[in-house]
Design a protein around this ligand. Structure first.
Ligand code: PGA
Length: 260
């Protein structure tokens, strides 16, 4: 089934100085050495997105660039927000939308998230929609939870428009922890997400890549992606060392390419 495996990292607001962010981006670019079997991306801290974009463009680089958030409108009176127009200009490709921290600390609701997804698609960029449940939940119930979130976040968007969508499954209870969720739990959750999605958008659900995020490390990446419904990983703190990020890429490649 032709879904290309993905490994990405969000730097949140770590690595906020130009030199450290640029060094980091250059290091992972070097260490992953023109990898093309997987799709790789970096979402830098917003204040250094421009120098990171420059650094990536100056190299024979295959690491895609994205933003951790955008404003719901492209242009206008929204003090302090980041416009998708800037991201397009920087040749960014991915827009993270609806991360747990945005939904919780910044009170982003489904309507706002839906607006951001629509704006991203209108600009031909790729929405990276984060969803997750607050507490560990059993299979059938999980599907109900996901279906409700997805129905609201993806409202009024045609299935054809959603072929490029990426979903990051990030259980709230596994973010910022010592270890990721159990691989067996993640396998069930991803299956439930794909089933819920299929009920909402039909066969296009097969094109949507679903990646796992939440305390992913090189120790857990292999078992997490060892399932046909887990298309990759979305890395946080445990990818801050470029060697670790490169190691995760290597492991995911081994598992996914062997499986296909
Ligand atoms: P973490 O971050 O790996 O540091 O938990 C992951 C995320 O929130 O995307």
């Amino acid at each position: 089934m032709g879904r290309k495996p993905l490994v990405g990292i969000s730097l949140k607001i770590y690595q906020n100085k130009i030199a450290e962010a640029v060094n980091y981006a250059q290091s992972i670019s070097q260490l992953t050495n023109g990898e093309t079997d997987l799709e790789l991306f970096i979402l830098p801290s917003m204040g250094v997105i421009y120098p990171v974009a420059q650094a990536l463009h100056n190299r024979e680089n295959v690491i895609g660039l994205g933003a951790q958030n955008i404003a719901p409108i492209a242009n206008g009176a929204l003090t302090g927000e980041f416009s998708i127009e800037s991201l397009v200009d920087l040749q960014g490709h991915y827009v993270e939308i609806g991360h747990y921290e945005r939904r919780t600390y910044f009170h982003e609701d489904n309507e706002l998230i839906n607006q951001k997804i629509q704006l991203t698609l209108k600009n031909q960029l790729v929405p990276l929609l984060c969803i997750g449940e607050a507490q560990q939940t059993t299979g059938a119930e999980l599907k109900t939870v996901f279906k409700k979130i997805l129905a609201a976040d993806l409202a009024n968007i045609s299935p054809a428009q959603l072929a490029t969508l990426i979903i990051a499954y990030e259980p709230y209870w596994a973010i910022g922890k010592a270890a990721a969720a159990q691989a067996s739990y993640v396998a069930v959750a991803h299956t439930m997400i794909r089933e819920a999605l299929a009920e909402l958008i039909g066969p296009t659900a097969d094109n949507v890549r679903i990646i796992y995020g939440g305390s992913v490390s090189k120790d857990t990446a292999g078992s997490l992606v060892n399932n046909p419904n887990v298309d990759g990983v979305f890395v946080g703190r445990f990818g801050h060392d470029p060697q670790n990020f490169a190691e995760i890429v290597k492991i995911v490649k081994q598992v996914k390419l062997q499986a296909n």
